[in-house]
Design a protein around this ligand. Sequence first.
Ligand SMILES: NC(=O)c1ccc[n+]([C@@H]2O[C@H](COP(=O)([O-])OP(=O)(O)OC[C@H]3O[C@@H](n4cnc5c(N)ncnc54)[C@H](O)[C@@H]3O)[C@@H](O)[C@H]2O)c1
Length: 656
Amino acid sequence: MIDYSRGDDGIVTLTLDDPAQSANTMNETYVAAMSAAVDRLYAEREQVTGVIVTSAKKTFFAGGDLPSMARATTGDAPALFTLLSRIKQDFRRLETYGRPVVAAVNGAALGGGLEVALACHHRIALDRPSTRLGFPEVTLGLLPGAGGVTRTVRMLGLAPALTTWLLSGRRLRPADALAHGLVDALAATPAELLAQAREWIRANPGAAQPWDRDGYRLPGGLPAAHLPAFPATLRQQLKGASLPAPEAILATAVEGAQVDFATAQVIETRHLITLLTGQIAKNMIGALFFDMRAVNGGLARPSVEVSEPRRVAVLGAGMMGAGIAQACARAGLEVVVKDVTPQLAARAAGPGITTTADVAALTGCDVVIEAVFEDPELKRQVFAEVLPVLAPDALLASNTSTLPITGLATGVERPGDFIGMHFFSPVAKMPLLEIVVGAQTSDAAVARAFDLGRLIGKTPIVVNDGRGFFTSRVIGTFLDEAIGMLAEGVPAPSIEHAALQAGYPTGPLALADEVSLTLAQRIAASAPVRLPSHDVIDAMVDRHDRPGRSAGRGFYTYESAKSLWEGLAGMATPEGRAVPLADLKDRFLFVEALDARRCLAEGVLRTAEDGNVGSILGIGYPAWTGGVLRFADQHEDFAGRARELAARYGTRFEPA
Ligand SMILES: NC(=O)c1ccc[n+]([C@@H]2O[C@H](COP(=O)([O-])OP(=O)(O)OC[C@H]3O[C@@H](n4cnc5c(N)ncnc54)[C@H](O)[C@@H]3O)[C@@H](O)[C@H]2O)c1
């Protein structure tokens, strides 16, 4: 798995190449191979002038061995300690070898991959658009435990290491990694990469890690010196739910910065083992690795062969239409955007995009994605208008966020080709695509929508039609719960605080303002039952003229600073009462989990994987839960707690 080859110049190239996998990971094969390679380096030291570490794969190194990590139990702790110590020891032997060691990072280096590179004296990255470097561990409830925390902190100093790399989970492009100090140089081609590595080795025969040199000092000083001045981004990253991984990373960094290198490594190992053997990492790996892999791998895609799209028509150049057009163009598709006037259409202009107000310009398109106003009559009309010029079997997709697909399809000539492709705002950033299957939608249409989603880099879940499909329905349930709390007399700041504490990315009242209370009112008007939240929404829109964010006033006032509107206390009904924080938090998590279980029972959700992935990527369900359906499965007493909430707050909490 590691090819060892020594050139005439005495430079050994270690080429990582796991024969059993498409990417290198820190599995047993790797561990054994790395030990053997380092042993051989030491045995042949007299003939060696330097070492290049590189990979034979498209990526440099993908990271930890997640399948085996996800199985770890407390009983495995001693074995994990031994394994991690061995990995660390080999890195340590490499960096103290007494010869220059260079990482020739020929592709993505994430997690364990970046740790391999950090154990080298110098890192050169191949500057490709797809290459990313970073520590995604925190997003899986873990920490970089093969020296990643220890070395990053010692290389960059505490605050930069934490904010840019360890707590953010960011995957940086090579140029950004260079600017942020974990890469030393860039190379334009693979040949240059290796040539630069050799050159650096020749020029730096006495290379050593900074922390192994005399007089080394932690950049930025010891923790006590700058903890009070920790940047705002760090405080931001630590706000909200108290989650084990960011806390463990912070503790590892701060404790490790005050002791010698070897002790810091042990501290790091201990913290990682605590995370590995706990439930939250299992939840996060379950959803964001296993479920995600299943969803992206086509778990819900019908296995029919379909042709690839070439020319995409987008109707409507508003916020969504422009975003969808740009995403398609970036994937290399030919895109034509139509709006009612050339000026309006031109807002979606960009490389690879033609804009128009003329239906004829859509001639021959084999996909149309409609993103005009949320009005069923208008949508029917634009489909009728474009159908005659499209390719005869064109896929007909609507980006509606609320209108049932089966209903929209009835106005259209070819309902079998009609489908929902629900993107999320902002399209460039949001990874989820919710594919909505109407009563008459064909398997081929689902497969085509799925393939298009994958082509433009989205994670496509496939759901059946219904009021609000999956995502809009469940997020609506969440917002109704929050807004209903105002009617109960719960102070607005407590509502927002409880959601952040539970791990949601934004408070529900702020979110409702973003969505717009006018839209919420329209949805409420067609709801099968009247809820307490609907009275609050009506009062906000009709009585107080506070329709939401775009008007500058909703639950919040958006003037110079954003602040909760003081009139909200007046929304409480006389029977209002105090609700404990623990109940507020659980009401959010449970009300969504219960609704998602109903979605699964009703067939709106076809798989639990789609529900878990969709809830985290699309509607901000806290990732620590492992997704809206896993939350119930991993909860120690889901049914019992749900019944308790039902007794206090209503039958919607009754478990099925
Ligand atoms: N805003 C969101 O967060 C979001 C998210 C997911 C889905 N959606 C859905 O996407 C759709 C569009 O939403 P948006 O926020 O982009 O709206 P928007 O108001 O920003 O854009 C709508 C565009 O459609 C154009 N349009 C109107 N009639 C047209 C016609 N006959 N032919 C061509 N273009 C026409 C308008 O000029 C406007 O540019 C809606 O169905 C909405 O429910 C919105």
